[in-house]
Design a protein around this ligand. Sequence first.
Ligand code: ATP
Length: 231
Amino acid sequence: MNLSSLSFFRNLRTEKRQFAVIGLGRFGRAVCATLHGLGYEVMGIDADEKRVARVLSDRIATHALELDSTDFTALKEAGVFELDTVIVAIGNYLEASIITTLNLKEGGVKNVVTKASSEIHEKLLKKVGADLVVFPEHEMGCTLARSITKPSILDRFELDPENSIVEVIVPEEFHGKTIADLQLRSRYGLNLLAVSQNNKFIINPPPDARLIGGTAMVVIGSNKDIERLPI
Ligand code: ATP
C-alpha cells in the first residue's frame, strides 16, 4: 500500500462493518478467513457451488451465496449493495471482474476493492469506479525478491517510492558500538527508531545504548541510504 491508497483507507469506517468477498479462489478465501477470524461479518459469494459449500464447511464466512455477480439484480436481491465494503477477488475473468465492479458501484457500494491481473485491467477497473485496486501476486513477488536478495532486511514499510522504514539485523560491524559512536544520521542519513532487546523493542533508544550484532533495529530513511548500510 502507498500514498495513493491514503484517501481510500482514511474514508473507511472502523466500526460495525460488514463485508462481502466475491470470488472464492485462494485470494478470496484468504480475505474471507482473515476477516472472519478478526470477528467481522463476511458474506462469501461465488458462481461455483462447490466453492460456496467449501467456505461454509470450513467456517471461514458468516454467510455464503452462489450467484453470478455480473447479474445486477442477483447482487441487489442478495443485499450486497447494503454492505459498505466489497472485495472483488476474480482475477482471471477480466469481463466478470469489470462488470462486477461496475455493478457494485452502480448499486451504491461505498468501498470496492478489486484484484487486478494486469495494468490494463487496473485501468479499466479505475474507469468503472473501483476505489482500490490490488495486485497480490505482484506485491508478493516484489516482497519475496527483496527478502531473498537482502535477507538481513526482516521487514519493510514503503512510505513512498523513495523512502522506507525497515527492520534490519544489526550488522556485525555495528556490534558493541553505541548509537552516538555510529552517527547513523550524519554518516548514513538514517534515523534509528528502535532496537530489539529480549524479544521486545526499545523505542527511541538513548544515544549511549550499545547495539548487539544479530539483534534487530528499525530505521527510517531513503531507500538509497538504507542500501548503504553494511548489511
Ligand atoms: P486465485 O488466484 O485467488 O486462487 P482462481 O485462480 O481460483 O483465484 P479466479 O479466476 O481469480 O480464480 O476466480 C476466482 C473465483 O471467482 C472462482 O472461484 C470463480 O468461480 C469466481 N467467479 C468467476 N466469475 C464469477 C462471477 N461472474 N460471479 C461469481 N463468481 C465468479
